[in-house]
Design a protein around this ligand. Structure first.
Ligand code: ASP
Length: 588
């Protein structure tokens, strides 16, 4: 046996026992010839002390120990000297007095220290197998395991079957670029890695599975933004004979089970709900963070006949006037004000008007244009008080909402409104638009995906080609301003699906070539069905209280999509390319 206990298990009640521990030398300290070691394993730390009077040879050997050497120690559990206990450590009352030491393996020069923060992420990722020894990452992987286990247990109890779907699959239109895999046996043809198991899970419903889930790997070849990964994991769910209500209840139960298992937290269900329109109108976002107020308030009516040209012009051309009250932020610095103005421009505003409420006065070059009635309206609807900062947006509805939504988040960050908060604010956002016009492609695109069902009451609008007004039976679940999942009720009728493809500009021929399997399946008695997918990495990130998904993935790629540890992507042997019938452009 390598050990009798792990490094997080010895307590006062074990004093006097002879034990054997094995693990890594976390840190070692030399106190006048007596060596103290924090011995670390996955579970925690235990202090080991090497005293010459206990075993001179072992004590001598202990002088050679360096951080990350792997050792086995046998000795007696003893109380720590009074006053040297460490209440922050579960094993902080005791130490093990070493009688025997075996060095199982030495660690060479370390790429970096594990007991300090390392800010060079590429270095951390190059030595990921080493970095994973950090207690924080060990905890994150443990929590990730607890989340997936709770997911499986919960869905199993709800009689969902876990079914695997292919990784070598066919392109699915989830909105990103596919990763392609060349087929050697059918030269010139390609598999695609799934962006999501969307079509397979719908086909499982046609196959009568009724309740499906999968902890599914998904692959999207996107330009990488800060916290994106080319491969990530979803908790993917689909069920037959369901309404949105069924999916809401199931998901709420699942999230409750997850937070209970991983964090021993009881979350409050059911979650609040907002329609997309209301979320954007009140918070300027389809994934609002509602841990703080600062809601967007509309003043279009109040300023209808304003003498302020900017407001009047906007309203006359069909735009809106909106404002937020950043409570107590009148003391904003010039740098912060510039930051907000720059952001407002970035998201489409022509400028940023604001009023500081200071010394009983409204300070702003625009106040002189306001009538008493207009001021009274601002005062009342924004509950203006001494010390407040009012920010305005005058623009098309979409832009005004987006700009103020972004500023709302930025101000909250500047004022540290959520710092140290442990609130878990869940929300459903429903009734998303079905379609979105792309000026770039000059066509309508699906907001969610092409299999999402229009709301029954909006089918008429679809017929009338008022595409922008059609709402989808689609929903997102949001936690503290982060979208953690989304799904929809699907189209199950072949004719409606074909119609949807047509609206999206997919010709009849392409429909048959790319989606023939789905359209044929729908002609064989497809049940009404719907589902959802939760982003496992994001969810675990929030469960762990981490800021980025890379901290909760064992072997993530860096922000350029590279695996620095294995140096992938990499060139391959020309023979492999020849077998695949692939010639690189640079070979020419
Ligand atoms: N497949 C969708 C996605 O990955 C989720 C769903 O509609 O169930 O976003």
């Amino acid at each position: 046996m390598y050990r009798t206990h792990n490094c997080n298990s010895l307590r006062k009640s074990d004093i006097g026992k002879t034990v054997t521990l094995a693990g890594w030398v976390h840190v070692s300290r030399d106190h006048g010839g007596v060596i103290f070691i924090d011995l670390r394993d996955r579970e925690g730390l235990t202090q080991v002390v090497f005293r010459p009077e206990e075993n001179a040879e072992v004590a001598r050997q202990s002088h050679s120990l360096r951080s990350e050497d792997v050792i086995q120690v046998t000795g007696k559990v003893a109380p720590r000297i009074v006053g040297t206990e460490n209440p922050k450590l579960a094993t902080g009352d005791i130490e093990v007095v070493a009688a025997d030491l075996r060095i199982l393996n030495r660690a060479a020069d370390l790429p970096f220290q594990l007991d300090t923060e390392v800010h060079n992420e590429d270095l951390r990722l190059t030595y990921r197998y080493f970095d994973l020894r950090r207690p924080r990452l060990a905890r994150n992987l443990r929590l990730r395991h607890q989340v997936t286990k709770a997911t499986r247990d919960y869905l199993d109890a709800q009689r969902y079957y876990e079914v695997e779907t292919p990784i070598l699959s066919k392109s699915t239109p989830e909105g990103a670029r596919d990763f392609l895999v060349p087929s050697r046996l059918t030269p010139g043809k390609f598999y695609a890695l799934p962006q999501a198991p969307q079509q397979y899970k719908q086909l499982l419903m046609v196959g009568g599975v009724e309740k499906y889930f999968q902890i599914a790997k998904c692959f999207r070849d996107e330009d990488l933004r800060a916290d994106r990964q080319p491969e990530f994991t979803q908790i993917d769910i689909e069920a037959s004979f369901v309404m949105p209500e069924d999916i809401f209840t199931l998901t709420e139960g699942l999230l409750a089970a997850v937070f209970k298992a991983a964090r021993q937290i009881e979350i409050k269900t059911p979650f609040d709900r907002l329609s997309y329109r209301e979320a954007v109108s009140r918070y300027g976002s389809d994934k609002p963070d509602r841990r703080f107020g600062m809601e967007l308030v509309d003043f279009s009516e109040e300023f209808r006949s304003s003498s302020f040209k900017v407001f009047r012009g906007t309203l006359d051309s069909g735009g809106v006037i909106k404002a937020i009250n950043a409570k107590g932020f009148a003391g904003i610095t010039i740098g912060q004000a510039d930051d907000l103005t720059e952001r407002a421009r970035l998201f489409g505003a022509k400028g940023l008007a604001f009023i500081k409420v200071e010394g009983g006065e409204w300070k702003s070059p625009i106040v002189k244009f306001f009538t008493e009635t207009e001021k009274a309206a601002l005062q009342a609807k924004l509950a203006v008080e001494e010390g407040d900062l009012i920010l305005f947006a005058a623009d098309k509805w979409e832009i005004a909402c987006e700009v103020l939504g972004r500023l709302r988040l930025r101000v909250a960050e500047m004022q540290q409104l959520t710092a140290g908060s442990d609130e878990l604010n869940f929300l459903w956002v429903t009734d998303f638009p079905l379609l979105q016009w792309s000026a770039e492609e000059n066509k309508w695109n699906a907001v969610h995906h092409p299999f999402t069902r229009p709301k029954t009451e909006d089918l008429g609008l679809l017929e009338e080609k008022r595409f922008g007004e059609v709402r989808a039976e689609a929903y997102d679940v949001v936690l503290n301003g982060v979208e953690i999942g989304g799904g929809s009720i699907r189209i199950h009728e072949p004719d409606l699906q074909a119609k949807m493809f047509e609206v999206l500009g997919v010709s009849g021929e392409t429909q048959q070539a790319e989606f023939g399997h789905l359209l044929r399946a729908f002609r064989l008695g497809a049940p009404p069905h719907g589902g959802i997918a939760l982003g496992l990495d994001r969810l675990v990130m929030l469960v762990c209280g981490e800021e980025g998904i890379r901290e909760v993935m064992a072997f993530p790629k860096n922000n350029r999509g590279m695996d620095l540890m294995t140096q992938s992507p990499a060139e391959v042997d020309p023979r492999q390319l020849r077998d695949l019938g692939i010639k690189l452009a640079k070979d020419k």
